[in-house]
Design a protein around this ligand. Structure first.
Ligand code: HXC
Length: 535
């Protein structure tokens, strides 16, 4: 009996112990689940409903709302939702928010992987703690490892003041990653609120910076500091608003009306880019596959070569579906840069704009185009260059003394080092050094066409004659002689500086065919650590 009882009690004890374990583990699971739910709920609310309402009242969305618009539905996977700041000073131990002041992770945009961080202004004004920086660095590291773009949605009061140096260290960790990722994966910054102090340098290191019209601003030193140092009165908007940066400073590439407009445009924009420097941009089948002739081109250039026309009219007719994503449309308008597709392939377009400064190259235009050319070259996007350039812009203070030599050389350098397919069409003027610069045959242009309206010369007839026949009478005769020799593309064609003089109407067809042929182009520059471009 004893033995049986003992056995029975042994079984009972074992049963009870198993059961208790189960009960215990069930309650542990419940406890953990409840805990996760409560912390997750807290994280989802960021700095709380009141601050969310304040954010909305300013016309801004929250960090999470922004991601939900940017990402394909149900594709956002969040990292580090429970990470908290580690600051123990200034009573910060008592003020912790799960996830701290940034939401990070990855998502799909039109089915393609994108890493994203979205700063949460409702938590300590989106300020950057060391935890915040670690979260951003983690997604940047992963993006580099798997080779996918990183998009930053910026809305931050800058360095977390309570953390002092740790916050600065966090910024530097991000800057270092921005530099290493440059030319490897596309990096895009969307400024959706404040971005001040040294914090501006992460967006500045990325490939593209977009802004929101009335609710975003970027400056290194704010209005108060400026007032105290230089006694100048300036508002935040004047100093660093979207007007300033898209029209005057050239810091930002484009501004959008509001958060939703910007996020939808960002989704569209990503479609032109490859995932990394080892990929090609996606080919998007064109609904209107027509590569028929475009008769408009036969008459678009005015007979009088000093008369302006709108180069954008040519671009829109040349590209698929009349879709052209222009970058920096309000800055250095004498040159046009942007992305489009030709028969489904992404191309970077650079074009002189005769409507502004007669299409001359100046400092701003050179820098604007050089950076764009370098992006396209780094990311395997063929370049199409449309030329109508009367030369470099003359000017004492604004150009020569301000360094047009150094800045103009940037564009020359960028084209010269680019190894992607380079297709050039000389529409009208190709004068002087600017002719060389604008993706000429001499800079390894793959395909260089001229329209019959092209004029390739050292300078315009008037200027040339005034030098050659100074003080002579009847200079008109010499002008005509000069025009007869250089006011057409034949001399260049005879020398092989243009591959063909083409019917303007055939331009799209030819370029589409050339892009197809050049899709397997592979040339290398001499091995070097890096070049020393004239910065
Ligand atoms: C900690 C901050 C903060 C910051 C804002 N907050 N910025 N907390 N560190 N840098 C907090 C505020 O105390 C406030 O908390 C909440 O965020 C919302 O801020 P408000 O001032 O109420 O909002 P608003 O009126 O919209 O003004 C936004 C702002 C302003 C213009 C950004 O907050 C501001 O000027 N912040 C400081 C900006 C700054 O100087 N940052 C440091 C730059 S130097 P409560 O609890 O009161 O609501 C820098 C160096 C980086 O960043 C160097 C990298 C190399």
């Amino acid at each position: 009996m004893q033995g049986i009882n003992y056995a029975k009690s042994k079984v009972l004890r074992s049963f009870l112990s198993q059961h208790l374990k189960c009960i215990r583990s069930c309650s542990t699971i419940n406890f953990i689940q409840n805990k996760i739910k409560s912390v997750t709920d807290q994280a989802l609310l960021g700095g709380g409903q009141k601050r969310i309402d304040e954010q909305h009242a300013k016309g801004k969305l929250t960090a999470r709302e922004r991601i939900s618009i940017f990402a394909d539905p149900h594709t956002f996977t969040e990292y580090d939702m429970l990470m908290e700041h580690t600051c123990t000073d200034f009573g910060m131990e008592a003020k912790k928010y799960p996830g701290d002041s940034v939401v990070t992770g990855h998502c799909r945009v039109n089915g393609r992987l994108v890493y994203v961080f979205s700063q949460d202004f409702t938590v300590f004004g989106g300020s950057l703690s060391s935890t915040h920086a670690k979260k951003i660095c983690k997604v940047m590291d992963q993006a580099m490892a798997v080779k996918a773009p990183v998009v930053g949605l910026n809305d931050s009061g800058g360095a977390r003041i309570q953390e002092g140096l740790d916050s600065l260290a966090g910024y530097a960790d991000i800057f270092q990653r921005n530099v290493l990722a440059s030319g490897v994966i596309p990096q895009i910054s969307l400024i959706m609120g404040p971005c001040a102090g040294g914090a501006v340098y992460s967006p500045a290191l990325t490939d593209f910076t977009f802004m929101i019209e009335d609710t975003s601003y970027l400056f290194v030193t704010g209005p108060d500091v400026i007032k105290s140092v230089t006694n100048e009165n300036v508002s935040q908007a004047e100093l660093g608003g979207s007007n300033t940066h898209t029209k005057q400073s050239g810091v930002a590439h484009k501004a959008f009306k509001n958060d939703v407009d910007a996020l939808l445009n960002l989704r569209y924009f990503l479609g032109f880019l490859p995932q990394s420097n080892t990929d090609a941009a996606p080919i998007i089948p064109c609904n209107n596959l027509s590569i028929d002739d475009i008769p408009l081109f036969d008459s678009i250039v005015p007979k009088d070569s000093s008369e302006a026309y709108n180069m954008l009219d040519i671009i829109y007719s040349l590209v698929d579906e009349r879709e052209f994503f222009e970058l920096m449309p309000e800055y250095a308008k004498n040159i046009i840069t942007g992305f489009a597709r030709m028969n489904g392939r992404s191309v970077g377009i650079v074009a002189n704009q005769p409507k502004y400064l007669a299409g001359c190259l100046d400092i701003d235009a050179s820098v604007k185009a050089a950076r764009f050319v370098r992006f396209c070259d780094a990311f395997n996007i063929p370049l199409i260059t449309l030329v109508d350039v009367p030369g470099f812009l003359p000017g004492v203070v604004n150009q020569e003394i301000s360094g047009i030599i150094r800045h103009g050389a940037k564009l020359l350098y960028a084209y010269g080092e680019a190894t992607v397919p380079k297709l050039t069409v000389i529409i009208r003027k190709g004068y002087g050094g600017a002719y060389d610069v604008m993706s000429s045959k001499h800079l390894r242009g793959d395909v260089n066409y001229a329209w019959p309206t092209a004029e390739l010369a050292v300078m315009g007839a008037k200027g040339a004659v005034s030098i050659l026949y100074r003080g002579k009478e009847n200079v008109e005769v010499y002008e005509e002689e000069y025009k007869g020799k250089f006011g057409n593309p034949f001399t260049a064609a005879k020398r092989g500086f243009v591959d063909a003089i083409i019917e303007p109407a055939s331009t799209r067809r030819r370029l589409c065919q050339d892009l197809e042929i050049l899709s397997t182009k592979k040339i290398d520059n001499p091995p070097k650590k890096h070049g020393n471009m004239p910065l």
